[in-house]
Design a protein around this ligand. Structure first.
Ligand code: SIN
Length: 288
């Protein structure tokens, strides 16, 4: 297995490996270690059926439940991320900066995305490293952030008001629900359970509020500071200097660590089709 870094911050390409449910355990351990280190791994030229992708994902951990998005028929652990060429104006799935399902008690540790039919140009995905962002925080802010928790919810994406947006994608079955309003708090600064590295656990889509350190305490001043800090965190954490951008080819499998990254799928391929299969691997509750 050859691992080559793709930027000075995050992302690596892996060659010399065939991903499959029967992979040797030593190779899986190497892959996992590279994934935790580089945060995003690109493995070109793979051929995984939906079942094989689900079983391969089990080598990294158990299945992480997928709310709101209906799975591929007969493959309950796989969702299809698809926008048809005939849907040029449609919103695209994953088209805002986020970390997959961070609003769950235990958000997925890893996501595995397999490109089946991607545009000739456009439709890239961009990831930002939250470990790199954490390491660049001014010391005073880092100390303040230790006392802050983020209020996560799916409301901005999956509340019933968003149904018409999702219904514009004929190839995906996304069912919004009032349950999207439920909230969960996770620390703003977390420690990775495998690497021990600290990172921000923040994304502007699912983090709807902040608590602690006089923020979000019900006062006007607290509310103002909460809004200011939410904007600052979004702008800082998605700055280009923390990012890696991938241009997809059919057959690519990209794996990423949701605990230490955010990502966004670019919607710049009107008139072309884009189809990928996605699986997610369970993780523990985020902890400081
Ligand atoms: C996602 O957010 O999981 C989808 C990313 C993509 O389609 O590139």
């Amino acid at each position: 297995m050859i691992v080559s870094r793709l930027t000075g911050v995050l992302g690596a390409r892996v060659d010399g490996v065939v991903l499959s449910p029967d992979m040797d355990s030593g190779l899986v351990a190497e892959l996992r270690s590279a994934l935790v280190t580089h945060e995003v791994l690109v493995v070109p030229d793979q051929r995984l059926s939906p079942d094989e992708q689900a079983e391969f994902s089990h080598l990294l951990g158990s299945y992480s439940p997928v709310p709101f998005v209906q799975p591929v028929p007969e493959h309950p652990e796989v969702i299809k991320v698809v926008k048809e060429a005939t849907e040029p104006e449609a919103f695209n799935f994953g088209g805002v900066w986020h970390s997959d399902f961070s609003f769950l008690d235990a958000p997925p540790a890893f996501t595995v995305l397999h490109a089946l039919d991607v545009p000739d140009v456009g439709g890239d995905t961009v990831w930002a490293s939250m470990t790199a962002a954490h390491d660049q925080l001014p010391e005073e802010m880092r100390q303040q952030f230790e006392a802050i928790t983020c209020v996560h919810s799916a409301s901005a994406s999956y509340s019933p008001a968003q149904q018409s947006l999702h219904s514009g994608l004929s190839g995906m079955d996304i069912r919004t629900s009032e349950s999207a309003e439920e909230t969960r708090e996770h620390p703003l600064l977390v420690t990775h359970p495998e690497s021990g590295r600290r990172s921000l656990f923040f994304n502007g889509t699912y983090v709807r509020g902040l608590r602690g350190s006089g923020i979000g305490d019900g006062t006007d001043e607290g509310a103002h500071e909460e809004r200011r800090l939410l904007t600052w965190l979004h702008e800082f954490s998605t700055h280009v200097r923390f990012t890696f951008r991938h241009r997809w080819s059919n057959g690519d499998v990209v794996l990423w660590d949701n605990r230490t990254t955010q990502h966004v799928a670019l919607n710049d391929y009107a008139g072309q089709r884009r189809e990928l299969n996605r699986t997610t691997v369970a993780g523990p509750e985020p902890a400081t």
